[in-house]
Each structure stands twice: as C-alpha cells, then as structure tokens.
Ligand binder design. Structure first.
Ligand SMILES: NC(=O)c1ccc[n+]([C@@H]2O[C@H](COP(=O)([O-])OP(=O)(O)OC[C@H]3O[C@@H](n4cnc5c(N)ncnc54)[C@H](OP(=O)(O)O)[C@@H]3O)[C@@H](O)[C@H]2O)c1
Length: 289
C-alpha cells in the first residue's frame, strides 16, 4: 500500500510497533506532524490518528518495499536488527532524497573502547556516517520496561532473579528516548550528534526491585542470577545464542561499574527531565499485580 501523492508525510518511523517507536508515533502526532510508519503486519496497523498517520506495509529485509515506503521521505527514525537492514535503507536513501536518519543505537556504542552490544550498533553507525546522509545517534541505557519480563516471577514467587549484582545502571523510560527522537526529527541542530541517553538516577537491579515492591505494596526480593542460569533462560526464550552471549557480557560490564553514570542529554535535548523508575512503575503497576 503506497501513500497517496497528495498526502505525503516527510517523516518515516521504522519499528513503530516497538517499545520506542509506538511512543514516538504518539508524540509526533501530538506535535501535529504528519507521520508515515512502516509495519510488517497489517494487523498491527494503529488506528489513524487525527488524519496525520499514513501506514505502509514493508520489511527492512525487502529493498523493494523500502523504496515505496521511503518515497518522498526526508527524515527517518530507524531501528534495525542487523547490518544488512541498514545497508538496504542506505541503498534507497542515497537516491530517494532522504536527508536525515535518527538511529536507535545503544549506550556502549559511543564509548571508547566500544563494548559488547555497542560493537554491532557501532558498525551500523559507521555505515550511516559514510553514506553522506545526516545522522543523529540515540544511545540509550537499559529500558525501564525490561522490568516487564520480571512480572511473572514477581506475581508467582515474589522474587526477581536477574544478573547485575551491586552494579549500578541508569535505566531510561522508552518514552524519554522517543521524546529525544521526536525533537531530533522535528527541529534543527541535532545532525551529527550522538546522544548518550540515561534515566535520572543510578540503581542496581536490587534497587529497582525495591521500587517495584514499594509501588505494588508487596514484598519482592532480589536474587542475583548466575551467568549460566541467565543464558539458559535467554535461550529458552528463543533468543539467538550470540544475543544471549552479548547480554551476559553486558551484565559483566554492569558489575564492573561501566554503566554507573547518568547524563543530562534527555533534558538538554527536550527541555524536560527524564522520568524516574518509580514513575514508570506507577504507570505500569497493573503488570505486576
Ligand atoms: N531494550 C533495551 O534495554 C535497549 C537498550 C538500549 C538499546 N536498545 C536497542 O533498541 C532497539 C530495539 O528497540 P525497541 O525495543 O523499541 O524495539 P522492539 O520493541 O524490539 O521492536 C522491534 C520493532 O522493529 C520492527 N521490526 C523488526 N524486524 C523488522 C523488519 N524486518 N522490518 C521492519 N520492521 C521490523 C518490529 O515490528 P513487528 O511488530 O513487525 O515485529 C518492531 O516494531 C535495539 O536496536 C536495541 O539494541 C535496547
């Protein structure tokens, strides 16, 4: 399905059904910006909102569908699952008039040296830089909604079994990542910028467990999970082995203190302080009860 000629959006959102993308679409529409989204599954199309949303069926793995989806697009929010998908987007973008890519990357991608998952994203960032298309890289810390995966064990056993130990991180609400993306897509001055995005406070997984416990009014304890058990859980959840290995490595960096810092990037870009984990828990309380 191609957008009609007289109704072309200039902004395309990839990953519009994902954690960040679904928040981003709402925020762009809230700013009255015509927005096109690419979805793989027609059943996942959101309802049109104020006539500002166009939906195109497509797939990052299928260059032909990308050509249609990117027709007339100047700015794009991009999340990809592998480097070939970035190559597919760039193949079209170099001749389609695409002017700016706002790419969802990861925190470690901007570090020296680049570590863990950051290596995959860094490779894709470099390809985008070489393309000549303007870019903004969003490099967030762990999303707060990772905690949703803890809900079954909290409900059944009153426990969070997860790696991390005493290591501190600064988890971020995907809503804040989306707010930075919406600003970068709708105002000038973000080209060539890599933003390391964190939440407002440092917490260990134990600290996060205590906050959930306080919000739901139920005792929840934290048990540090071994790497072996963690990897088995991830494989059982059908994550590819290389992704599971990458996550185990990440929690090694967490224990080593590599993630124990906050940045002011969310506030400096959006003008608003990032949301706290307690705020996120209050909004998502029902998931744990
Ligand atoms: N989770 C974290 O804590 C964290 C922290 C830092 C960085 N990140 C980065 O954030 C990214 C994930 O973002 P997210 O959590 O917002 O996404 P997500 O919830 O995992 O959703 C993935 C999105 O991509 C779409 N998608 C997948 N394959 C596609 C394809 N072949 N063609 C078109 N669309 C496709 C999915 O659509 P469908 O609905 O069709 O599946 C969905 O909308 C990753 O790059 C990750 O490294 C995550």
């Amino acid at each position: 399905m191609l957008p009609s000629k007289d109704y072309q959006s200039k902004i395309l959102v990839i990953g519009a059904t994902g954690n960040v993308g679904k928040e981003l679409v709402q925020q762009l529409i809230g700013r009255k910006l015509r927005t096109r989204i690419l979805v793989r599954d027609p059943a996942k199309m959101p309802l049109n909102s104020d006539g500002l949303l166009e939906t195109v069926i497509g797939d990052l793995d299928n260059v032909e569908t990308l050509a249609g989806a990117m027709n007339g697009i100047e700015k794009m929010f991009l999340i990809t699952g592998n480097t070939q998908q970035d190559k597919n987007v760039l193949q079209i973008g170099k001749t389609s008039g695409l002017q700016h890519i706002v790419k969802l990357s990861t925190q470690e991608s901007g570090w020296t040296p680049v570590k863990g998952h950051g290596l995959w994203h860094h490779e894709r960032e470099e390809l985008i830089k070489e393309s000549g298309i303007a870019w903004t890289f969003l490099r967030p810390c762990m999303f707060m909604n990772t905690a949703i995966s803890w809900a079954p064990m909290i409900k059944e056993k009153g426990v969070v079994r997860y790696p991390g130990g005493a290591g501190k991180i600064a988890p971020i609400d995907p809503w804040d990542v989306a707010a930075v993306a919406a600003t970068a897509l709708s105002s000038r001055g973000h080209e060539g910028m890599g933003y390391e995005l964190t939440g407002p406070e440092l917490s260990s997984i134990r600290d996060m467990t205590q906050i959930i416990s306080k919000v739901i009014g139920k005792q929840v304890s934290y048990v540090e999970e071994s790497d072996t058990d963690f990897i088995n859980d991830l494989l059982q959840a059908r994550l590819p082995k290389y992704v599971a290995d990458g996550l185990v490595a990440t929690f090694g960096f967490v224990r080593a203190g590599d993630f124990a810092h906050t940045t002011n990037a969310v506030e400096s870009v959006t003008g608003s302080k990032p949301r706290t984990f307690e705020h996120w828990c209050l909004e998502n309380k029902a998931a744990f009860e």
